[in-house]
Design a binder for this molecule. Sequence first.
Ligand code: M6R
Length: 364
Amino acid sequence: EKGGYPDFMLKEIHEQPRVIRDTLAGRLDGGSISIDELDMSSEELHLVDRVYIIACGTSYHAGLIAKNLIEAWARIPCEVEVASEFRYRDPIITPTTLVVAVSQSGETADTLAAIRDARVKGAKVFGITNVVGSPVARESDGVIYTKANKEIAVASTKSFLGQVVSLTLLALLLGQSHGTLTTRQIKLLFSELADTAEQVERILADDSAIQEAARACADATSALFIGRGMGSAISYEGALKLKEISYLHAEAYPAGEMKHGPIALIDEGFPVIAIATRGPVYDKVVSNLQESRARGAMVVAVATEGDEEIKRHADHVIYIPKVRDAFSPITASVPLQMFARCIALERGCDVDQPRNLAKSVTVE
Ligand code: M6R
């Protein structure tokens, strides 16, 4: 069943290029993005003036990534909120609000309650789930399935990537309906998005740098993940994966917040894992690395292939292929999944069945 892999987590990590391809199959029709399951006319979509993404855990992190894309490409304000908070507030919802509920299992109690509330308040609710016929699918107005197929390891990997790619499609669709992306831009973005499948394959083909960095961090008691922009959203997921399966305390911070508190944690050998890919905030992240290193941090940088400069600021560098910043979550999340798994194995943990966690959280 594990297809020759030692655990389900590794098998599922390796399925990700296939998930990307399947999620994108048939979505570009001529020059337009088509998500018929959304069941909204282009006129209705055009009227959307606010997006709420509601989810829990890893699915929430996929939402943080999507917020950046929706606001950049469609220029619509987008809020991301954990479902357990959303359901007990009185969020501002109108008939032109689109609520997107993201849930791998499709049965998370808080996410379902949030869907019900949003619909009562008159919003259209769009579900993104991996489980056909699940409550999230049944109770939403429209649904995209993430095409990850059954995910067995408790820590979500391939379904997270399926969510990120599906939400990216939704952001493209909103850019299309709002006239903020041209057909030419959509085609170019879609083709670069499709290329990430092959780029993830390349990352999976060589895990030696990841293993080396993981061995260096395995005895730590705490670790900090930092990044800016897309990198900060990626950091949250990297930290969650690590704590879930290795029980190593990990926290994520937008790198610009270091000076406002977390830098006090850093002493000799403290692991700082940075998303330092080439992009609009690269120099800013590098300066945060310099500050961390000056205080003794052991820096692991996830960086762009060909970036020699980063070696001066990091103890370990994990190179990933160059992609547009918008797609960096797809490529940069994969080494962080592998990094968490390697540390968990070094620490003798069961990566498929972490303690205290369940695959579906059906009670609040
Ligand atoms: O099934 P859901 O996506 O609604 O689940 C949400 C969280 O419980 C889930 O993502 C959790 O954080 C996982 N253990 C992630 O690895």
